[in-house]
Design a protein around this ligand. Structure first.
Ligand code: ADP
Ligand code: MG
Length: 551
């Protein structure tokens, strides 16, 4: 039977999506594969279909019991014999399952990685007696320290290729970030793997970033037009998920909290109520969502800035799996960024700390972006796209532009004069001819000093962000980011390139107006809070505060 016929027969779908067809052909030819496909793209089918077509058993490694249960249930509904080992089964049930496996009555066996390699586990020995034809590793990014969802148990999967040297392995993930990709390939020891990357563009999702002010009111205004719809609201801390869920309930919404600290029964209950639409809104930490296959999630809100783009993209990707228009809204405050930065800086391992900071800086860049958000996101996953998606907040706003070449030249020359050693605030002080004694004494002899005194701080900040968005300036990845010139700067400085900037007025109407101004006073208070937070956690190792597992 051809794969596409099997697709119709077993799953009732008429055609493959994305790269499914090509991936499945490779797997059927016993080749190792790494498949990168966005959330909701249809990764499961890439091993489920080969599993029914191949003789023998397919082993599926998956990180969460809830995930396995969902998949096994829906396979069984389709008449495909699938099962999973799990600690809640009694010995009798386990024996029954073992017998079925021996009799070749199961096509897919789901397992958590710790089951496979546990110390006293006889699992590996048992599996080796079975006719295994394929091994699938779902959510493969869990093997990478650099991913947003590292699970130490996954590291043991490196041993799979030794135990089953001739069995093809397919690894699947929705995290296509360069570093994570490399990590997966290395750690799993895949043999000459074919890497398939599907487009990560989720056309039906509109991306918005809104300055965080009175967040609860902002949220209520957003929900006002969406009372009947399902959504997920992400918060950074467990405590705030609970208080926000309570506040929403008090406002008459069917909302429930979800985080890793709740007991399993409650978590399962909440999840099911959400799937059945009894609960409309889940207020959750990032512990919620992996593998949740609810197609009609209409919006995803981030009340706090996420730690990195991969996590953010995966979370927003839970909206609109049915292909209908959906919203992703993020409330951004510079204070959140500083807080996360401080936490990243105190990670015990300097390498880890640097990677976290870099990722955080990319996230901040995204929040402060004055350009198409979709293009930025796709570029992050190394995918090209046209500069105007037409469906992010930036592209949906009509801007009036003016010839800002002179302004651009002033900004770029200030950065050059300051030898690319300072951040926004300092560069703007320099441009405006700050009265600050120290800055003045140091630079007043320079001709460039004060050349931008006619423009307000707010406008300068915005212009510089715009120039950064257009690639004429670059913000370094350091803990204290500084502005730098780029290869594109030269043409502007020499007057060879015209630069169009957005007129102030339209920006004022635009949601981003002044949004991202790092008000000094606000920042100082924020820094004090952070020091206090850290002091409170003095005896707690940093990785505990940082670890996603504690969310
Ligand atoms: P992922 O694991 O990539 O997030 P899933 O494997 O859970 O995504 O698939 C998401 C949804 O898309 C599921 O409801 C699945 O049944 C559906 N799907 C997958 N492949 C196809 C296809 N070729 N045609 C139609 N629907 C599909
Ligand atoms: Mg999946």
């Amino acid at each position: 039977m051809e794969p596409v016929q099997a697709l119709q027969k077993y799953f009732g779908y008429s055609a493959f999506r994305h790269e499914q067809g090509a991936i499945i052909n490779h797997v059927l030819n016993k080749k190792d594969v790494l498949a990168l496909m966005p959330t909701g793209g249809g990764k499961s089918l890439c091993y489920q279909l080969p599993a029914v077509m191949l003789e023998g058993l397919t082993i599926v490694i998956s990180p969460l019991i809830a995930l396995m249960k969902d998949q096994v249930d829906s396979l069984n509904v389709n008449g495909i014999p699938a099962a999973f080992f799990n600690s809640s089964q009694n010995p009798e049930e386990q024996v029954q399952l073992t017998t079925k496996l021996r009799n070749n009555q199961i096509k897919l066996l789901y397992l958590a990685p710790e089951r496979l390699f546990g110390n006293e586990s006889k699992m590996m020995g048992f599996l080796k007696t079975l006719p295994v034809s394929l091994i699938a590793i779902d959510e493969a990014h869990c093997i990478s320290h650099w991913g947003h969802d590292f699970r130490p148990e996954y590291l043991a999967l490196a041993g799979l290729k030794l135990e089953f040297p001739n069995i093809p392995v397919i690894a699947l993930t929705a995290t296509a970030d360069k570093l994570t990709k490399k990590d997966i390939l290395e750690k799993l020891n895949l043999k000459d793997p074919a890497v398939f990357i599907s487009s990560f563009n989720r056309e039906n999702i509109t991306y918005r970033v809104v300055p965080k002010r009175k967040s609860f009111n902002q949220l209520l205004a957003f929900l006002d037009e969406r009372k009947e719809e399902s959504g997920i609201i992400y918060c950074l801390s467990r405590k705030s998920t609970e208080s926000l869920a309570a506040d929403l309930t008090a406002e008459g919404f069917a909302a429930a909290a979800y985080h890793a600290g709740l007991d399993n029964a409650l978590k399962a209950k909440t999840q099911e109520a959400f799937l059945r639409d009894d609960v409309k809104i889940i207020v959750a930490t990032i512990a919620f969502g992996m593998g949740i296959n609810k197609s009609n999630v209409r919006y995803v809100v981030h009340m706090d800035m996420p730690k990195n783009i991969e996590g953010y993209y995966q979370e927003t990707g839970r909206a609109g799996r049915d292909g209908l228009p959906s919203e992703a809204m993020l409330l951004y405050s510079p204070g959140d960024a500083i807080k996360l930065k401080q936490f990243a800086m105190i990670a015990d391992n300097p390498e880890q700390s640097q990677v976290m900071l870099n990722k955080l800086n990319d996230m901040v860049r995204y929040c402060q972006l004055q350009a198409c958000r979709r293009q930025f996101l796709l570029k992050y996953f190394e995918e090209d796209s046209p500069p105007n998606c037409g469906s992010c907040d930036y592209c949906l706003t009509e801007f009036k532009k003016f010839d800002g070449t002179l302004i651009a030249q002033k900004a770029l020359s200030a950065v050059a004069r300051l030898k690319e050693r300072f951040g926004y605030t300092y560069v703007i002080d320099f441009l405006r001819g700050s009265k600050n004694e120290k800055i003045r004494e140091e630079h007043k002899a320079l001709k460039t000093y004060g050349i931008g005194a006619d423009i307000s701080k707010t406008d300068w900040l915005r212009y510089i962000r715009e120039l950064t968005g257009m690639g004429y300036l670059y913000v370094s990845d350091d803990a204290y980011p500084v502005l730098k010139l780029t290869p594109k700067s030269d043409a502007v400085l020499k007057g060879l390139e015209k630069v169009m900037l957005i007129e102030s007025q339209t920006v004022e109407e635009h949601q981003h107006a002044e949004a991202t101004l790092p008000f000094e006073a606000e920042l100082l208070t924020e820094l004090k809070n952070i020091r206090r937070d850290i002091a409170l956690h003095e005896n707690v190792p940093a990785y505990i505060i940082l670890s996603d597992a504690t969310l």
